[in-house]
Design a binder for this molecule. Structure first.
Ligand SMILES: [Zn+2]
Length: 307
């Protein structure tokens, strides 16, 4: 019953969503790629928050690596098929303005729930392909800093990460704070990780963790989406109907889908839009899967840029 209500609500909100314009705001960063977001004018209220907007490059850095490392690329693809071959170490960094949950002090229980969501999503237990990755929490840091908590720009992003970032390219650093401009999260791509150095990692609004206050975006799938970018996945709608996510088994999609528009089909041929894919913009209850093609790409990106 609850799911059906969400779907109906989603359809109504999707109609609103189609009215948005393509205005874009940019969260400034120094160097690297990644953290744009798309906030349409007159597009506010519930169901209007956006995940980041990563634009795929014209030439695929993973494909370039695959061409030069055939055997390694094949082994990476095998890992995707075997499942659970690689454990990624994770550090969680909580930026809070005070000791209250509303002040960003995310309880450890909610962080553990987020870890469970990541593991369920990447091992395929939510219904998608198994990616061959699982995640293990190494530790949690908690930092009280009102200025950092309102994480509105690249300067703060750098300061926070210079202070807190742990491990090397293989370590996933996840930061929680309050993000501005309706932004749910952002991440750096695997193919840029070496170049951006300490900035590498995933940042999510603290209310997106399971049990958070963001309603349709509070089941933890924002982190899953951003970690997809961290493994060098792009959006299912990148490149529109021409397809531009460098993955063959995600149906092309003309534009991001919001809420949960079941049956949406924006491109001729190729099947209905992949609204259930973690790399679209739909609400958490709608997205539940990565494809095998995405799993192979993530494993190859791991070998190319993080292992
Ligand atoms: Zn994204």
């Amino acid at each position: 019953m609850r799911k059906r209500l969400l779907v109906v609500l989603g359809l109504v909100l999707a109609m609103v969503a189609t009215l948005q314009t393509g205005a874009q705001a940019k969260l400034p960063t120094s160097g690297g790629v990644c953290v744009e977001h798309d906030v349409g004018a007159g597009f506010e209220g519930r169901g209007t928050r956006v995940r980041d907007l990563v634009e795929a490059p014209k030439k695929d850095p993973v494909a370039k690596w695959v061409r030069r490392h055939g055997n390694q690329a094949d082994r990476a693809a095998d890992r995707a098929d075997r499942g659970q071959a690689i454990t990624v170490p994770v550090w969680f960094h909580v930026i809070r303005k005070d000791a209250t949950v509303a002040g960003g002090n995310v309880p450890t229980s909610r962080i553990n729930a987020q870890m469970q969501v990541l593991n369920d999503s990447f091992t395929g237990s939510t219904g998608g392909a198994s990616t061959g990755f699982r995640f293990e929490l190494q530790g949690i840091t908690r930092t009280t800093n009102k200025g950092w908590f309102n994480l509105t720009g690249g300067g703060k992003d750098r300061k926070i990460k210079q202070a807190l970032h742990r491990g090397g390219l293989e370590t996933l650093n996840i930061y929680t704070a309050k993000l501005g401009a309706n932004l749910l999260g952002y991440a750096y791509l695997a193919s840029d990780a070496e170049e951006v150095g300490v900035l590498d990692g995933v940042v999510v609004h603290f209310e997106t963790l399971p049990g958070g206050a963001f309603s349709i975006y509070s089941e933890g799938d924002t982190a899953t989406h951003e970690v997809g970018h961290w493994f060098d996945l792009y959006h299912t709608f990148d490149g529109g109907c021409d397809g531009g996510d460098f993955v063959d088994d995600t149906a092309p999609e003309a534009s991001p889908a919001f809420n949960c528009p079941v049956g949406r089909d924006t491109c001729v041929g190729g099947g209905v839009d992949p609204i259930t894919n973690f790399m679209d913009y739909t609400q958490d209850s709608c997205m539940f899967e990565f494809t095998r093609g995405q799993a192979v790409r993530m494993q190859q990106a791991w070998s190319a840029f993080r292992a």
